[in-house]
Design a protein around this ligand. Structure first.
Ligand SMILES: N[C@@H](CCC(=O)N[C@@H](CS)C(=O)NCC(=O)O)C(=O)O
Length: 200
């Protein structure tokens, strides 16, 4: 059975939980809380020198880090993956977008506001992130106004990666009522068979 080191309140970790639930992959969850510095313990740093979750540890001892690399590895060969090189590349396009243009602003503001409780101390950073996060949401909205899914005309790990923090964006003070196509896409994902909600 694979081991997942993750933090339940983290969207990046939820990506791994959700793909395991959807594909019925058995896993042992090892809660590793960054707020308690568990991601910086010597034993954890041996597994991930970058001191972050999620990571997975396979039965043979191999360790894989980075949520989207883990999604790629676990979903390979499934209906949530690409059927050929072109489809895989389209999926990756959105997964890189998520990590570079979306998560740093949407996840970070959620973290600062909801979990660090530093809305006043960090108001300039929050405002800067907010502008960039809105830009990412608008790009998603424009795409979803014309497409049901991000790639390949079906639900894939590109949708899963983007779903994790988008559906909790309100916790970082983003107002999703301005993005009707995103809201409909969120509902579509939540009605997929075997969908498992994020805990917080
Ligand atoms: N690019 C990484 C980001 C991982 C990341 O930032 N994880 C956060 C939780 S969402 C973390 O481990 N924070 C704890 C810490 O920095 O100590 C991924 O997608 O896996």
């Amino acid at each position: 059975m694979i081991k997942v080191y993750g933090m339940k309140i983290s969207g990046n970790c939820y990506k791994v939980q959700l793909i395991c639930e959807l594909l019925k992959i058995e896993y042992e969850w090892i809660e590793t809380d960054g707020r308690k510095n568990e991601t910086k313990s010597p034993s954890f740093l041996l597994k991930n020198p970058n001191g972050r979750v999620p990571i997975i540890e396979l039965e043979n001892g191999n360790i894989l880090r980075e949520s989207n690399a883990i999604l790629y590895y676990l979903a390979e060969g499934s209906i949530y993956f690409g059927k050929d090189k072109w489809e895989e590349a389209q999926i990756l396009e959105w997964m890189f977008f998520e990590q570079y243009s979306h998560e740093p602003y949407i996840a970070t503001n959620r973290w600062i506001i909801r979990f660090l409780n530093q809305k006043d101390e960090k108001k300039e950073r929050i405002a800067e992130n907010h502008t960039k996060g809105l830009h990412a949401l608008q790009i998603m909205e424009n795409h979803l106004a014309k497409n049901f899914w991000f790639a390949c005309n079906r639900f894939t790990i590109a949708d899963l990666a983007l779903f994790a923090y988008t559906h909790k964006a309100d916790q970082g003070d983003y107002n999703l009522s301005e993005f009707p196509s995103i809201r409909n896409w969120i509902s579509r994902i939540q009605s997929i068979a075997d969908f498992a909600p994020m805990e917080d």
